[in-house]
Design a binder for this molecule. Structure first.
Ligand code: FES
Length: 316
């Protein structure tokens, strides 16, 4: 299970500056919904001093994306644009007392959104040289230029590192060989040898605990609508009803989802049949999580438990 610092949790459950800034004069968009993460940063910049008076964010991403965006807006408020541009993804992670390595791409997304917003304010065009690159990871639409740049900038040395920073290689793994090849070239240019890591080990570990990590949309139009406080029984019934609503769709595709237990904000489920190996399982779970959040009117985490975990809970 990924360990989150208290500060990450605070900024997820109570994000600062969520929503678009009214009358923003700088907007930075990064990511894409098809890759699972997207972030829009809006700024109100004082034209006299070039100071950031207000910063707001809207994101479709996991809990770490929300926390990173919240942290970014807190970090840059009051800074001049030049000062803000010195903030990098490590500063965002440090502000949050660290992020799990697998979630570093969330902080990278924040830094990129900031650069995009400043360029937008200054009327500059960010040159997207990624169009020239060969597609390396089809699952997350990451090309070789992005991988190379990230490897150099953050001195990465393993496929796992690349996945943590870019998401490339984080799904079907068919691009791992291509990523290894890039690492080999980049490290050899630095006079270093690339040592392939046992990727299979990491994938096996990922299957033991697969957490659909608090994936929600935030911002004015997406925050869960507050509802009257529910009794435990009402809450449980609503969770069951929401899951029952989505099961026929999954069953049509020979999959299924089953409620294992509700533990406060943690809703533990197991996936069955085709859902266990489906590459779109993440999308299904994101939709399901959002449906649960909407139904309950509160932020909840959806956890997919392995058979072993279910057994430990007495579920099997
Ligand atoms: S092609 Fe990269 S993870 Fe599937």
């Amino acid at each position: 299970m990924w360990e989150y610092s208290e500060k990450v949790k605070q900024h997820f459950f109570d994000p600062k500056n969520a929503g678009a800034v009214v009358d923003a004069n700088a907007v930075g968009d990064v990511g894409s919904l098809s890759c699972g993460d997207a972030l829009r940063l809006t700024l109100k910049v004082n034209p006299e001093s070039e100071r950031i008076d207000e910063a707001g964010f809207q994101t479709f991403g996991c809990g770490s994306a929300i926390a990173s965006s919240s942290a970014l807006t807190e970090l840059i408020k009051g800074l001049t644009l030049d000062e803000a541009l010195k903030i990098d993804n490590q500063d965002i992670a440090d502000f949050l007392d660290g992020l799990p390595p697998e979630k570093m791409h969330c902080s990278v997304m924040g830094q990129e959104a900031l650069e995009a917003a400043v360029a937008n304010y200054r009327g500059e065009e960010i040159v997207d040289d990624h169009e020239e690159g060969a597609l390396i990871c089809k699952c997350f639409a990451v090309d070789d230029i992005k991988v190379r740049e990230t490897v150099r900038k953050h001195q990465l040395s393993s496929v796992e590192d690349v996945t943590n920073y870019t998401k490339a290689g984080g799904a079907c793994s068919s691009c791992h060989e291509a990523i290894e090849h890039i690492l080999e070239e980049e490290l050899s240019a630095l006079g270093q040898a690339f040592k392939p890591a046992p990727i299979a080990k990491r994938k096996a570990a990922a299957n033991v605990v697969q957490i659909q990590d608090m994936q929600v949309e935030t911002g004015e139009s997406y925050a869960p609508k507050k509802k009257a406080k529910l009794s435990n029984l009402q809450r449980m019934k609503l969770v069951e009803k929401t899951l029952e609503g989505i099961r026929p769709t999954l069953q049509r595709d020979h999959g299924d989802v089953e409620l294992i237990e509700i533990d406060g904000k943690h809703i533990n489920v197991s996936l069955k049949g085709a859902c266990t190996s489906c590459q779109l399982a993440d999308d299904t779970l994101s939709g399901l999580q959002k449906a649960l959040i909407d139904a309950l009117g509160e932020l909840v985490e959806l956890h997919v438990l392995s058979e072993k975990q279910q057994h430990n809970l007495g579920g099997l």
